[in-house]
Structures are given as structure tokens and as C-alpha cells.
Design a protein around this ligand. Structure first.
Ligand code: AMP
Length: 554
């Protein structure tokens, strides 16, 4: 091979488990096991003096050192106020997540003997702008070149679409992981994968099923010991119950009942949890996933998608047998379990492989057509067929990748916006509202413009408050939106009241938002940098990157 293609790794940064994959020389996605020879690594971080321990050992250490162990950090991504303090130093979710990324990457490097540099990282479809940006930053702190952040269900669909070479079909991806639930409709065709609609809840996942068991155990302890103590106030007991609840939940995926013992303050209590009882105490959680699925299907109908052909289940929590049972009952079709723990990382790796092949094709197209390609968005559609054939053939010969795989890498993969985005402005009745420029479930990339007017004469600047919301309406009450940042446009002197300001929102294919504002009189334009406190940046980011170089992660 004279020109081996650059390896781009796919990382599934999960709430409870993470994993890493790459595409081998035969074009097959492969999971790389960690140093403990496990294919998935618990996303748990243990601060052990000057060392950072990630994975199984960290998870087990939670029993002994509950205050030094951080779990479920993904649920706090993009939260401005989350800080974990250890040894007098504050750590943001991005930095803690970067330790998980480094652990899976380091172990992979050991196994395959190659450096992990370029990566595609996945996040729940439900993640908003700040959570996505935080995920990207976690990768940068870990020292990677983050090529793209892609949605977990999209990654799963890519993995699925690659192994199932059947005819075109519309697939529903029911993804119930450790901390998040995503429900996504995807149209898979031979030369394209289009996400049609997505919905879900980023605070609903296997952990909630665990928490219900924990609550049940607390009640049982109180009943049997005739006490009213809140045993969860004891961090050791809390950790212990968390771990035993997750274990019991998994046992109940296989058996009808499981014994659990609770030890607290010298008392030991034995409880038997039956599957029926487990179903009863978690029924509303399952029903919520069904209600969210219907909500999404309703929206898909408005886009002309009335039917779907298949339901695939991904995410570890779909192993609970009540999930397929309920899906079968509700939708009258047999859901297929598809590689629940690995599909996301593999899909991300296939996406990375596609990016890498595309880089090579674009380079060759540029050379052949003697031009620089700045925007490669529609490059494969707009390049003459003849040239496409030639560069694909060249690429295949030079890299050893089969011609059909090279051609397949040009397939279009299109996602949708997972939220609506807008700015705060006054309505005609003078009340503030959020004017959405981009509506949820619009195909990305997308660009929209809208003109607003200054409320006062001689205004010096306009403060643009950028908002995110779940609704599909053009104007939304401010309290139904969350602020994701602000941007400032300085105005020339002496402008009259009602001067036009044109705001453009551009959401790229990975869900990153760019905002441009133009003041029309002097045609003054700013590319508004979104200022937000929810994502690590500036000095803090620099320090985190520096710190990362001195830390040992095991
Ligand atoms: P994921 O984020 O997709 O890795 O999913 C992890 C979640 O799946 C965790 O909440 C696990 O407890 C859960 N899980 C994994 N295996 C099982 C099982 N056999 N039965 C029930 N839940 C499981």
C-alpha cells in the first residue's frame, strides 16, 4: 500500500460504559478491548492521589472511596455549575470525561500498537449545543484531533446499514442506554442514510431503573428494621446499593427473581426482588419511552413518513426483556436487538473510515480539477461522474481498499437538528419571546436568516441572546427555552430606532451553531462568537489541557 488511509477511531463515550473501535484492513469495524481485556470500559473515574483510575477498578473502588469516585459524568456535560473538587482542584465534566477518553484510547494504543490521534466521538441525539461542544472539548483535552461529533442513533444506524445489505427501508432506532433514551427514525437507502426525526430524554436510562431498585431496597430496609433512617445519607451504603441494584437488574434480565442483601449500620437485611415487582416499580419509566416514541412518530408524519419497516434496539438497557415485550405489544412487530453494546462505537468507526476515504477522494479531485476545495459539502454530487470514477479507482489502487468500499464511502449521511434554536426579541405586544430561526428536526446543515429591529435610537450595541428549546413553534415563551449563550453586535453611532439587524444561524452537520449578525446601514458584520459559561474555554481549557499532560490515567 503506497498511501495507507489515515485511521480515524470511533469512540462511544457512554454514560455508564465507553468503548473504542476502528475499521480494519478488510473494511470491518472492530472493537479494541481495554487493558483488562473487556470490550467496554465503565465510564467511572477514581481520583487516587496523583493517579486517575478509570474503568472496572474505579467502579469497584466506589465502595471504599465513594467521595473520590465520579460516575455518570455524561449527565452533567454542558452544565455551567458542575464542579467536582479533588485535592483543592476543581474539575469540570469535560476534564473528567477526557480521562475516560484517554483510558480507552491508551489501552487501544497498547493493543494495536498505533497512536490514536483522529477520532469521531458520539453523543446522544438529544444533546444540545453546549453538551456537544463540551463533548468535543473533552476530546481536545484528551489530546485528540476530534474530526466530528455524531449522534449515537445515527452511528448505530450506520453500523446496521453497513451489515444489512437489504433493500431500502425506514428504521426506528430505540436506544436505551445507561443514562439516556433516544428514539430516532432513519431512512436507509443504498446511497444515503437520512435521519428523519429524533426525540427522547437525556435523563432517562438504565440508571433510573437502578434507582427504582435502590428506593425499593431502602423501603424494605426500613420496613424490616422498623426504622425511618435514610440509609442513603451514608455514602458507603449509597454506593453499595447502587452497585447491587445494577447487578440485580441484570440478573432479572435472565431470571424471575433475585436475592439482595443490604448492610447498613451493623444491620443486615435480606430482600427478594421478583421480576414482577421490578416491572411494577419501573412501569412508568418504560411507558415514558413509549410516549416519547409516539411523540416522535407524530412529528415524522408531518414530514411525510407514516410508516416504518423495522425497529432496532440498541443500548445495554434494551436487554431487559420487558422492553422488547412492550415494543412488540405496542407496535405489532418484532424488534431486532442489534449489537447493543458495540453498535455505536462501530458506527462511529465506520463514519471515521468514511471521513478518511473522503479526505483522500477530495484531495484527488482537487488535484485532478486543479482547484482548491474549501467547502466539500456537496463535492461528490457536483463532481462530474467521469472524474468521480477515475479518482475512486485511483484511490482503490493506491490504498488497497476495494473499489466498492471507496464508492460506498461517498454515501450521504444526513442528520437533523435535535432542538430548535432562536434569539430573544420583542413581540409586537412588547413582550419578550424566543423567535426560532431553526426548528427541531430540520435536516442539517441548514442556514436561516431573519431581520430584527433595534428598539431604541442611538443604540450602541445589540445583545443577542441565543436560545435552545424543544418546541416546534416559531415563537416560544422565554421560560420554555434555555439560554445557550450570548453574542454582541456593536452598532455605528446615531442609528435611528427600528434599524434593521439581520441575524443568520448556521447549524453545521455535527450540530455546531455559528451566528452572524449584520447591521444593514454600514453593512457591518460580526461573526458572533457565542459566549457561554456552560462549556470549558479560555484559560480554564488551557489549564485543563496542560494538566492532562502531567496526569497518569490507568
Ligand atoms: P450503554 O450506555 O448502552 O452501555 O448501556 C448501559 C446500560 O445498560 C446500563 O444501565 C446497564 O446497567 C444496562 N445493562 C447492560 N446489560 C444489561 C442487562 N443484561 N440487563 C439490564 N440492563 C443491562
Amino acid at each position: 500500500m503506497s498511501d495507507p488511509i489515515n485511521k480515524i477511531f470511533g469512540i462511544d463515550l457512554g454514560t455508564t460504559y465507553s468503548s473504542i473501535a476502528y475499521v480494519d484492513e478488510y473494511g470491518k469495524p472492530v472493537i479494541i478491548p481495554n487493558a483488562e481485556n473487556q470490550r467496554i470500559t465503565p465510564s467511572v473515574v477514581f481520583f487516587d492521589g496523583s493517579e486517575i483510575v478509570v474503568g472496572d477498578v474505579a467502579k469497584e473502588s466506589a465502595k471504599l472511596y465513594p467521595n473520590e469516585v465520579v460516575s455518570f459524568i455524561k449527565r452533567s456535560m454542558g452544565e455551567a455549575n458542575f464542579l467536582y473538587e479533588y485535592d483543592g482542584k476543581p474539575y469540570r465534566p469535560e476534564e473528567i470525561s477526557s480521562f475516560i477518553l484517554r483510558k480507552v484510547a491508551q489501552d487501544a494504543e497498547q493493543t494495536i500498537g498505533e497512536k490514536v490521534q483522529d477520532v469521531v466521538i458520539t453523543c446522544p441525539a438529544y444533546f444540545g449545543i453546549n453538551e456537544r461542544e463540551a463533548t468535543r472539548k473533552a476530546g481536545e483535552i484528551a489530546g485528540f484531533n476530534v474530526r466530528q461529533i455524531i449522534n449515537e442513533p445515527t452511528a448505530a444506524a450506520i453500523a446496521y446499514g453497513t451489515v444489512q445489505e437489504t433493500e431500502n427501508r425506514v428504521v426506528l432506532v430505540y436506544d436505551l442506554g445507561g443514562g439516556t433514551f433516544d428514539i430516532t427514525m432513519i431512512d436507509i437507502q443504498e446511497s444515503s442514510i437520512d435521519v428523519i426525526c429524533t426525540g427522547g430524554d437525556h435523563n432517562l436510562g438504565g440508571k433510573d431503573w437502578d434507582d427504582r431498585i435502590v428506593a425499593f431496597l431502602v423501603q424494605e430496609f426500613q420496613r424490616q428494621t422498623q426504622s425511618e433512617d435514610d440509609i442513603l445519607e451514608d455514602p458507603d451504603t449509597w454506593q453499595d446499593l447502587q452497585l447491587s441494584s445494577e447487578k440485580s437488574k441484570k440478573i432479572l434480565s435472565q431470571r424471575d427473581k433475585t436475592p439482595i442483601s443490604i448492610t447498613h449500620g451493623g444491620d443486615r437485611v435480606k430482600v427478594e426482588l421478583s421480576r414482577d415487582k421490578f416491572l411494577e416499580i419501573t412501569e412508568d419509566l418504560l411507558e415514558r419511552t413509549i410516549a416519547l416514541a409516539h411523540e416522535m412518530l407524530k412529528e415524522a408524519k408531518t414530514k411525510g413518513y407514516e410508516h416504518f419497516d423495522e425497529i432496532i434496539m440498541v443500548g445495554g438497557s434494551t436487554r431487559m426483556p420487558q422492553i422488547p415485550d412492550r415494543i412488540r405489544q405496542e407496535f405489532g412487530m418484532e424488534p431486532r436487538m442489534f449489537d447493543p453494546d458495540e453498535a455505536v462505537a462501530k458506527g462511529a468507526a465506520i463514519y471515521g473510515w468514511k471521513l478518511s476515504l473522503n479526505d483522500g477522494l477530495i484531495r484527488r479531485i482537487a488535484k485532478k480539477t486543479n482547484r482548491e476545495i474549501e467547502n466539500s459539502d456537496n463535492i461528490f454530487e457536483t463532481t462530474p461522474k467521469q472524474i468521480m470514477e477515475e479518482v475512486a479507482k485511483e484511490m482503490s489502487e493506491e490504498t488497497g481498499v476495494t473499489l466498492s468500499a471507496v464508492k460506498r464511502s461517498t454515501m450521504r449521511i444526513r442528520d437533523v437538528a435535535s432542538k430548535s434554536f432562536g434569539v430573544v426579541a420583542r413581540r409586537p405586544n412588547n413582550q419578550e419571546g424566543v423567535f426560532n430561526l431553526i426548528l427541531k428536526n430540520t435536516a442539517v446543515p441548514v442556514e436561516t436568516k431573519r431581520t430584527f429591529y433595534t428598539p431604541e435610537a442611538n443604540q450602541e450595541r445589540v445583545l443577542i441572546r441565543i436560545m435552545e428549546n424543544e418546541t416546534n413553534e416559531k415563537v416560544v415563551a422565554v421560560e420554555h427555552s434555555i439560554g445557550i449563550g450570548t453574542a454582541v453586535l456593536d452598532l455605528p453611532e446615531g442609528l435611528p430606532e427600528d434599524s434593521p439587524v439581520e441575524i443568520t444561524f448556521n447549524l453545521n452537520r455535527e450540530g455546531r451553531l455559528q451566528i452572524t449578525a449584520i447591521e444593514a446601514t454600514e453593512n457591518r458584520q460580526v461573526v458572533a462568537k457565542i459566549e457561554t459559561s456552560s462549556v470549558i474555554q479560555g484559560k480554564e481549557l488551557k489549564e485543563a489541557i496542560e494538566r492532562a499532560q502531567h496526569l497518569v490515567v490507568h
